[in-house]
Design a protein. Structure first.
Length: 448
């Protein structure tokens, strides 16, 4: 990884304070691979570390995050924190040091060019508003698979006394002085949908609000629990994280803390799916099987043996995969991020499967790329009918988002010929070294 060093936090070498790197260039070149064998790590969860980095804004001082993945989204969020006046330093071994200044020194305005590159950046809104009393955040960008409105975020925060204006593409937030004076106030927030990022945003904002905030129909993902654990270590008072009913009793101030990021269940799923496609035996040593119960159920139904051993979560397969129906649902259901891997597996499975996307419009855009590789898939609305074929055929394909890009790399492992996957900057946003990890298992994958 190439970075531009700057002295931002006073931490001496070998630590590196960085500017945001350019999106990854090049492509993945994939050739058919035999059975895979070996051990890999999932690393820290992208969908957790970005929220943890945002949470540091709630307390002045030095925060330390460990098990931080070396991915592009972390660098984008780091650059955003720097724009607020925060020092961000990466140290060896997956350690990230975040130095947060006083409220008077914070600049609570998120630059468009960074927000546009990552949808998760909207989660800075809650902590900035709660601590600074105001915030200016551009409408979010990110993956190309349909709109994900921020209405749930704004409605929840508005119930706590925030007011919003949309000016020139920016959301400008402040606290209504008639409601809470200079602070947000606790209230009951009922989410129409258990949005992960909305739950995170409201959870962070509530930690410094006056009184108690109750979040009903809250998201239950392990990453929400990870954020709650970090906030609790900072002095927050939170009950019910991991359930649909979360209570937060506001405190006057939080203090910095050290926290290890939970392992990435989606990256772990990628390697389990690779074992399902190629056969062999793959161990994901840091995966938490309890975070992937529904995925494991689907993999087992498809003929993949998954078990927890002292060495980690192990996946093996003998014989051809079997088709199963799949429907995405909020956690603990099948995550939408798992679906591209499952669809890729179904393209070479025995039988016909119906895959239903219940969460995001446009999340079938990678299907056209799989069709280029000989997959027999028909889509209609939010449904896809997948008829398995014995083997895929290599073709040049394009990644449309993080998980779709990784799924196309997996497809290349069971395709005759050389598959070239372009637009790999999407994959760099969520995978530290996908080609290196798969190659270590015996797969023929190279980055060029």
């Amino acid at each position: 990884m190439e970075v531009v060093a700057k002295d931002l936090s006073g931490v001496s070498s070998p630590a590196t304070a960085y500017e945001c790197r350019l999106p990854g260039t090049g492509s993945f070149v994939v050739r058919p691979s035999g059975p895979l064998q070996g051990t890999v790590r999932a690393g820290g969860a992208k969908n957790s570390v970005l929220k943890l980095m945002a949470a540091t804004l709630l307390a002045e001082g030095r925060h330390v995050l460990t098990n931080v993945p070396d991915i592009l989204d972390v660098e984008i969020m780091g650059e955003m924190l720097r724009a607020f006046g925060v020092g961000v330093t990466r140290e060896p071994g997956g350690r990230l040091v975040v130095d947060v200044p006083s409220v008077a020194e914070l600049v609570p305005e998120a630059p468009y060019e960074l927000v546009d590159r990552m949808r998760a950046s909207i989660v800075v809104l809650g902590p900035l508003l709660s601590r600074c009393g105001r915030a200016k955040v551009s409408m979010p960008g990110g993956d190309d698979f349909g709109g994900r409105p921020i209405d749930f975020h704004l409605e929840g925060l508005a119930g706590m006394g925030a007011r919003f204006e949309t000016v020139h593409g920016n959301v400008e937030a402040s606290i209504d002085p008639d409601v809470g004076g200079r602070a947000l106030v606790g209230t009951q927030v009922v989410l129409e949908y258990p949005s992960h990022t909305a739950t995170d945003n409201i959870l962070m904002a509530a930690t410094l609000a006056k009184g108690t905030t109750v979040i009903e129909n809250a998201a239950r993902e392990p990453e929400v629990c990870d954020l709650a654990a970090y906030l609790t270590s900072m002095g927050a008072r939170i009950r019910g994280a991991g359930t649909s009913h979360v209570e937060v009793e506001g405190v006057d101030a939080l203090t910095p803390s050290t926290h290890a990021v939970v392992p990435d269940r989606v990256v772990a799923a990628t390697y389990l799916a690779a074992a399902g496609l190629c056969g062999g035996e793959v161990v994901v040593e840091d995966a938490r099987i309890e975070h992937m119960a529904m995925l494991v159920r689907k993999l087992v139904a498809m003929g993949v043996h998954v078990e927890l051993r002292p060495t980690g979560v192990v996946a093996t397969r003998e014989g051809r995969l079997r088709s199963v129906d799949v429907a995405t649902l909020p956690y603990p259901g099948v995550a939408t991020d798992y679906k591209p891997f499952l669809v890729t597996m179904l393209t070479v499975a025995d039988g016909v499967a119906i895959v239903t996307e219940n969460l995001f419009a446009g999340r079938f855009r990678y299907i056209d790329e799989l069709r280029r590789m000989g997959a027999d898939v028909r889509t209609e609305g939010h449904h896809a009918v997948v008829r398995g074929v014995p083997r895929l055929s290599a073709a040049p394909v394009r990644a449309t988002d993080i998980r779709a890009g990784a799924a196309l790399v997996l497809a290349g492992l069971v395709a005759d010929g050389e598959t070239v996957v372009s637009d790999v900057h999407h994959v760099d946003r969520g995978y530290e070294d996908l080609a290196g990890a798969l190659s270590a298992l015996g797969a023929q994958v190279a980055r060029r």
